[in-house]
Design a protein around this ligand. Structure first.
Ligand SMILES: Nc1ncnc2c1ncn2[C@@H]1O[C@H](COP(=O)(O)OP(=O)(O)O)[C@@H](O)[C@H]1O
Ligand SMILES: [Mg+2]
Length: 460
């Protein structure tokens, strides 16, 4: 990360330079706006921090020049007290944030981190929106070392017939990875048959898997082929394998070992040529320990074990997911979102994402749908006093935990309250200024003050 710092007070400049160097940033430190501009043309920076009042070229002038060539480069203004008017002006011109002296180190660090993330995000969005969109491309996102390792393994083993066991919380991409392995394998043109072991009644599961002959049980008026037979030449995806009843576990084990099935009620043996991929959100090894899952079957299924990390453990990938989903839903819903407001970004970075990528995808879809124009703001996340029932229907039907939007709404409200209080404080109680800081209309601010019952201190 490259930072460009402009500050005319040498002591302050040195402090900032050392502070950020220690945090691992590559820092260019200059004392004059003109030098900053010259440096800009030499190097591509990720962030500019500039003092507002400089001798010749002011922070604002520098910002104006930069915005003419780069609309996404994050810009943080540092001001002394008493120059709030100009800070407002700077924000209007696209500065990310401003910090008033004296400031806390932590405040400075967090603001800078957020600004850098914000810049990366918007750059990525701009870039992605330029690319042509092809639907249904298997686009696997993930650049953490753990994800790289998983993708590496998949590429190596896709083409063999080795069983794969994918473990991970709901929404972490188990189904997607199973499909990906299938698509990469030489069976890619063959069928991909999913069996949700948790969703089929145990009494029907065996006939679903192995098929049955006519008259095998009451109601079996015709012979029926099993899903394992349907999948011949392709891949069988056993989803929620942890739910498989014990008696079916035995039969599945035999099937995998002998590559043949016997339809329920019959003696005939059918050879099957399938590859097994299974998935579970349980810890299957634990299930083995407590005796709910057969050990021999576990070892058969898990020759290649893959563990997909929860989203909260791969926050580095969050922005890329957001960018990808915004692009996808722009295309699907004919929208033109190119930016997320800093508050929204902050909320997204901080939420626990218990429903993982699926939940994030749902939230982004709703936000894109609700957006007006190019920016997703907090209202689009559902904070605008929206009926939670509306939020859980339709768009969110894919979600496993319908209570989540309420939680989300609450965290967004908390974030909003904090932002409003902070803006009021910075604006010394002047509500028009506070509204400007927040990037919302005065009317909206009044409504929100009433809604949250916040005292604004001073009337304007
Ligand atoms: N690495 C990834 N890149 C892009 N999209 C992903 C990725 N992982 C998951 N998704 C998307 O997230 C959603 C949930 O994934 P899914 O495979 O259904 O999760 P699981 O089967 O673990 O519950 C799907 O819409 C999927 O396309
Ligand atoms: Mg799934």
């Amino acid at each position: 990360m490259r930072l460009l710092i402009v500050e005319d007070e040498p002591e302050m400049l040195l402090f900032l330079k050392r502070f950020f160097q220690r945090k691992g940033y590559a820092v260019t430190a200059v004392t004059r706006g003109e030098d900053a501009w010259a440096a800009m043309t030499e190097t591509e920076y990720d962030l500019v921090i500039s003092d507002l009042v400089l001798e010749k070229m002011s922070g604002i002038e520098l910002l104006k020049k930069i915005r003419a060539i780069d609309k996404d480069l994050p810009f943080i203004i540092i001001t002394g007290a008493g120059t709030i008017e100009s800070a407002v002006k700077a924000i209007k011109m696209g500065a990310f944030h401003y910090i008033t002296k004296p400031f806390q180190r932590q405040e400075l660090e967090i603001t800078v981190q957020r600004a850098v993330e914000f810049g990366m995000m918007n750059r990525r969005l701009s870039k992605l929106n330029e690319e042509t969109v092809t639907e249904n491309n298997l686009f696997i996102i993930g650049k953490t070392p753990q994800m790289n390792r998983i993708i590496g393994i998949i590429e190596k083993i896709a083409d063999s017939d080795t069983p794969v066991l994918i473990q991970g919380e709901t929404g972490t991409g188990k189904t997607m990875f199973a499909r990906h392995i299938h698509a990469l394998s030489r069976r890619g043109e063959g069928p991909f048959v999913t069996i949700d072991c948790g969703a089929i009644m145990p009494s029907l599961l065996e006939s679903e898997l192995f098929g049955h002959i006519k008259g095998a049980f009451t109601g079996a008026i015709r012979a029926k082929r099993g899903l394992l037979e349907e999948a011949c030449g392709g891949t069988v995806f056993l989803d929620e394998i942890g739910e498989l009843p014990p008696q079916t576990q035995v039969k599945l084990l035999r099937t995998i070992q002998e590559k043949e099935i016997r339809p329920v009620g019959g003696n005939q043996v059918i050879n099957i040529d399938v590859r097994f991929i299974s998935a579970t959100n349980r810890n299957l090894k634990e299930e083995v320990k407590v005796g709910r899952f057969r050990e021999d079957l576990y070892y058969r299924l898990s020759l290649i074990p893959l563990c997909l990390p929860p989203l909260r453990e791969r926050r580095e990938d969050l922005l890329q997911f957001v960018a990808q989903f915004v692009r996808e839903f722009n295309h699907r819903h004919n929208k033109q979102v190119t930016q997320l407001s800093p508050a929204v970004l902050q909320t997204i970075m901080n939420l626990p994402w218990k429903g993982n990528i699926r939940e994030l995808k749902n939230v982004i879809e709703r936000a894109v749908l609700l957006s007006e124009g190019s920016v997703i703001d907090s209202d689009c996340l559902g904070a605008g006093g929206m009926d939670p029932h509306i939020m859980t229907s339709g768009i969110l039907e894919d979600s496993d935990t319908p209570a989540e939007p309420l939680l989300l709404k609450k965290s967004v409200e908390e974030a909003e309250k904090t932002a409003i209080r902070r803006a009021l404080h910075l604006a010394e109680g002047n509500r028009s200024k506070a509204a400007l800081f927040l990037g919302i209309g005065r009317r909206t601010l009044y409504d929100k003050l009433a809604f949250y019952q916040i005292e604004s201190g001073r009337l304007d």
